[in-house]
Design a protein around this ligand. Structure first.
Ligand SMILES: Cc1cc2nc3c(=O)[nH]c(=O)nc-3n(C[C@H](O)[C@H](O)[C@H](O)COP(=O)(O)OP(=O)(O)OC[C@H]3O[C@@H](n4cnc5c(N)ncnc54)[C@H](O)[C@@H]3O)c2cc1C
Length: 387
């Protein structure tokens, strides 16, 4: 909790630094050159997926015992940050693989972990996370999707909205109501397969940004799944879903930091080059102060995200506060920095000839998903005020 903070900081090891360099090299070679095209076409970048997979960066968080790289929470943040620095859509590959599998790591039994995690580690399957519904966004506990025990399994009916990577993921962690009288304590988590009978996809959403990351509804029409696909005990699904977000909000903070760094890189280079009134615009104090503020806010956001990542790794009791704070602060900062980057480029910034308008559009989603920043403030206030 905020009033009772653990001041132990993160430890950015030589291994972390080497990882950052390795991701940066891959991004420069394979991802940055594709970023504008991915945004323009709105197609899922399978070539980027394969490139990330080839280096184990598509799901670095999967523990070694399940065939993964065993990257810690800070390692996952570094991968997501460096990919987002060039292409936010692509950074959702490692981010959503973590989001989709985290409920299993938090609440699943050994059999589930052994069945699914190696497939994600090898890259043969991706995993999505399905909590939100049309009428249950911020108030996720009011969800209506039902799972009823039947024939040695569960029958699901209803829909989930805004599911990132729907259609490209093979597996979905789905939260559904098993006991309607118990509200949040009557929700359970399940693994649903894309080829389960009764599972289908809605049409792709047409979005402001993250065009290369598909967002679709997923629909359940008498969708039967075997009983061993429940994640943890019946009634623990909402708790698992919230515990998952404590960890993965940190990764959204990292994504926001990457987006902001990408925009600052472009703005800093541009203002040194662009001449007005007979000198580079970087010579004007008005521009210098803008760049200084961008760099200052970015570094504060980065430090907070890395501290939150260390807390995620250590399972510190104040992670709920820090996960919300890292996501909220970094995404608000990313929105400010990307907007200022467009301003620093003037008319050029407003065109698609430069990437800053894309960074600005992509930054917006980081203030909305995994709980809006209003919801993050509710979470933080509850932690501070103890309610
Ligand atoms: C591109 C995209 C990808 C997404 N990916 C996923 C995914 O993979 N899985 C998933 O489950 N969900 C996903 N989401 C859903 C996302 O988490 C929700 O959109 C978000 O939680 C907000 O819910 P809502 O859209 O229903 O907004 P609403 O809850 O209707 O909120 C509308 C506005 O009201 C405000 N508001 C609501 N309640 C309060 C309150 N108590 N106090 C103050 N303000 C409040 C909100 O902050 C917001 O500004 C995604 C959404 C988008 C757009």
């Amino acid at each position: 909790m905020a009033g009772n903070m653990d001041f132990q900081q993160f430890n950015l090891t030589d291994e972390h630094q080497a990882l950052r360099e390795a991701v940066r090299a891959l991004v420069t070679d394979k991802i940055a050159p594709r970023a504008a095209e991915v945004d323009e076409t709105g197609e899922f970048p399978w070539d980027v997926y394969e490139a990330l997979r080839g280096s184990g960066f598509h799901a670095i968080h999967i523990p070694e015992e399940y065939g993964g790289e065993g990257g810690d929470a800070l390692a996952a943040c570094l991968v997501i940050e460096e990919v987002a620095r060039a292409c936010t859509s692509s950074s959702l590959i490692p981010a959503v693989n973590k989001l989709g599998t985290m409920p299993l790591l938090v609440g699943g039994d050994e059999a589930l972990l052994k069945t699914y995690l190696p497939q994600v580690a090898s890259g043969e399957a991706m995993f999505s996370y399905a909590l939100s519904e049309r009428e249950a966004g911020s108030d996720a506990a009011s969800m209506k999707t039902r799972a009823v025990a039947s024939r040695d399994g569960w029958v699901l009916n209803g829909q989930k909205s805004w599911i990132t990577n729907a259609g490209v993921s093979s597996y979905y962690t789905v939260m559904a109501v098993t006991d309607p009288d118990a509200r949040a304590r009557g929700i359970s988590a399940f693994v649903v397969h894309a080829d389960d009978p009764g599972f289908s996809l809605g049409t792709p959403e047409r979005k402001l940004g993250i065009h290369g990351s598909p967002t679709r509804e997923i629909l359940f029409d008498d969708c039967w799944i075997p009983e061993d696909r429940i994640v943890g005990a019946p009634g623990t699904g909402f708790q698992t879903a919230m515990a998952t977000l404590d960890h993965t909000r940190v990764t959204i903070g990292a994504q926001a930091v990457g987006i902001a760094q990408g925009a600052l890189d472009v703005a800093a280079a541009y203002v040194k080059d662009r001449q007005q009134f007979g000198k580079p615009i970087a010579a004007f104090q008005g521009i210098q102060f803008m760049i200084a503020d961008m760099a200052m806010k970015l570094e504060a956001a980065r430090q907070l995200v890395y501290v939150a990542a260390a807390k995620s790794e250590r399972q510190d009791p104040d992670l709920t506060f820090f996960g919300a704070a890292a996501k909220c602060f970094a995404s608000d900062v990313a929105m400010e920095i990307t907007t200022d980057a467009v301003q620093a480029l003037g008319g050029a910034g407003y065109t698609r000839d430069w990437p800053v308008e894309r960074y600005m559009r992509d930054a917006k989603i980081t203030q909305i998903y995994e709980g809006t920043n209003q919801v993050q403030r509710i979470v933080m206030a509850k932690q501070v005020l103890g309610r």
